[in-house]
Design a protein around this ligand. Sequence first.
Ligand code: GLP
Length: 248
Amino acid sequence: MDVVVVDDAAAVGEHVAGLVSGMVERDPGLVLGVATGATMLPAYRALARGSGDLSRVHIVALDEYVGVPAAHPASFAAYVEREIVVPLGIPQHQVVVPQGSGEELERRIEEVGGVALQLLGIGRNGHLAFNEPGSPLDARSRVVALSETTRQDNAGSFGDERVPTHAMTQGLGTILEAGRLVLLATGEAKAEAVVAALTGPVTPDCPASVVQWHPRVTVVLDVAAASALQRRRSVEGAERERVHHPQL
Ligand code: GLP
């Protein structure tokens, strides 16, 4: 697992855009798994500013609300169209956004040959995609109930409309089948989820902890999201010092 810490959210976006562009240069028809949310936006905008030709890239979205029409501005289909597909010049027929059943989503992922590079955010409660705490670590794509934390965090997109209670999401088992994972986190609010996901036990209590099982993971953090990780490492370092120098 590579952990990269950069100054701020813009630098996270630039770094991730560089990783994606490099993979597209080597594989112009790359199957790119995309996450939604605020964390991802600087990366998508940096990609749109880039000079690479992304028109042969296939896009597979991680999740989608249940009961929200694709045309609704708060739907993840609308986010993917607005923030990724149009700015990057990707044809619509190369885009997969969850709709219908979990089995249908799994079939469509298989049809494009599986996800080669999966971009991931992380929820404050450690959720991955919409796999909330308690999700089976080998779960497949399915409809899930959203936690109150997640509904609160995502309420901004719905204004005074009711926030959905359920979503269709790729399962943790599905996500782990991607060729490579790139997990992004920015801001102090994600610091505890990050340290639990990267250094805690692999457990359904912190669904993002499954990334520890994947052989090719890059974690890109800003200083704020890495703050708990840095604190933990300095404590461990001091403990190691004490062991070597008991008089400290
Ligand atoms: C939603 C999405 C996740 C995303 C998370 C964090 O729950 N389903 O894929 O990682 O929000 O969003 P943000 O980056 O806005 O904090």
